[in-house]
Design a protein around this ligand. Structure first.
Ligand code: FES
Length: 79
């Protein structure tokens, strides 16, 4: 889905930028080698960026929990 029609920035581009370490809107645009022009997309980029960062944080926490369970042998007891 296109988020920024001026630059052809998509939701997948935003997720790819977050996966590459972007945490600010400017970093999302920079990852696509562009920058906001008219600015109409900025609220959408901010919203998607926040959601992607929340998802990434939740995934990291879940993976950390799995790792801790594995370290304690809990995963072997469950399996
Ligand atoms: S729609 Fe993104 S800069 Fe215009």
């Amino acid at each position: 889905m296109f988020i920024c029609s001026c630059n052809g920035l998509t939701d997948k581009d935003i997720h790819a930028a977050v996966d590459a370490g972007a945490t600010r809107p400017q970093e999302v645009y920079a990852a696509k080698k562009c920058r906001a022009k008219c600015g109409n997309c900025v609220p959408g980029v901010v919203c998607m960026l926040r959601q992607a960062l929340r998802d990434q944080k939740a995934l990291t926490a879940a993976l950390r929990n799995v790792g801790e369970m594995s370290d304690r042998g809990t995963m072997q007891a469950v399996a």
